[in-house]
Design a protein around this ligand. Structure first.
Ligand SMILES: C[S@@+](CC[C@H](N)C(=O)[O-])C[C@H]1O[C@@H](n2cnc3c(N)ncnc32)[C@H](O)[C@@H]1O
Length: 227
């Protein structure tokens, strides 16, 4: 009975954010997750440079663009085509591929203040598989931080919970002064996703390979060694 009630509440909430997104011209319900995260943690400042990983259809890019206005610089990266939007650059590619990473580094002339990752793997529906794939994507988001995030920069990253979560947190804690786990109201209550808000990047502490080398790999292995 409780389960049915929880599902009913979740569906009402989804419908609420879906309608609100339509009304306010956001491309996805996910926009509200980032709005709520920014309202609570103060992620964006006017003029910030932002990289949004897993950006399609562009809901987070819209929020980043609005909240870094007037001089912000936003680049969205996704496997899928992102319909053009004013004031946002896009890269279509897989961030786990060297060519995409190189294009991001070439196009991103300078350093980022904020890295966002709402990347999600194709859902297998199997808890530990989805978790492992999510962690795999997170390692690449961290690799992007190691390459282009400014000292004191921020990372907002989606993770599907599971047994490798603590290892991921340990990697984040090596790099950031503050690492917090948060579940915004706009997240589905039934979902295993959480957002990790990392602030105060210490700067490059990891020895990086030359970005022009084709053999780009994250500089750490998550527990389980699937990278
Ligand atoms: C939940 S959606 C993002 C929604 C987006 N934040 C928004 O507000 O519109 C997750 C996205 O991650 C992308 N993605 C998954 N793996 C990726 C990868 N290896 N490289 C780039 N994008 C990836 C998917 O194509 C998908 O569009």
């Amino acid at each position: 009975m409780a389960d049915l009630h929880d599902r009913w509440v979740a569906e009402r909430r989804n419908e609420h954010y879906y309608k609100l997104a339509k009304k306010l011209n956001y491309r996805s319900r996910a926009s509200f997750k980032l709005i709520q995260i920014d309202d609570r943690f103060g992620i964006f400042r006017p003029g910030d440079s932002v990289v949004d990983l897993g950006a399609c259809p562009g809901g987070w890019c819209q929020v980043a663009q609005e909240r870094t206005w007037p001089n912000g610089h936003v680049i969205g990266v996704d496997l899928r085509y992102i319909r053009p939007m004013e004031g946002v650059e896009t890269i279509i590619g897989d961030i786990t591929e060297d060519s995409t990473m190189r294009e991001l580094l070439n196009r991103f002339n300078g350093k980022a203040d904020v890295i966002l990752s709402d990347m999600a793997p194709n859902i297998a529906g199997h808890y530990s598989t989805d978790h492992a794939r999510s962690i795999h994507l997170c390692t690449f988001a961290i690799d992007v931080c190691d390459r282009i995030l400014k000292k004191d920069g921020k990372l907002v990253m989606k993770v599907f919970m599971g047994d490798m979560f603590d290892t991921l947190m340990a990697e984040l804690e090596k790099r950031f002064q503050s690492v917090k786990v948060h579940s915004p109201d706009a997240s589905r209550p039934t979902s295993s996703e959480v957002y990790v808000i990392s602030q105060g990047f210490y700067g490059k502490s990891v020895k990086l390979k030359n970005v022009n080398e084709t053999d780009k790999k994250p500089e750490f292995k998550a527990k389980g060694g699937f990278i």
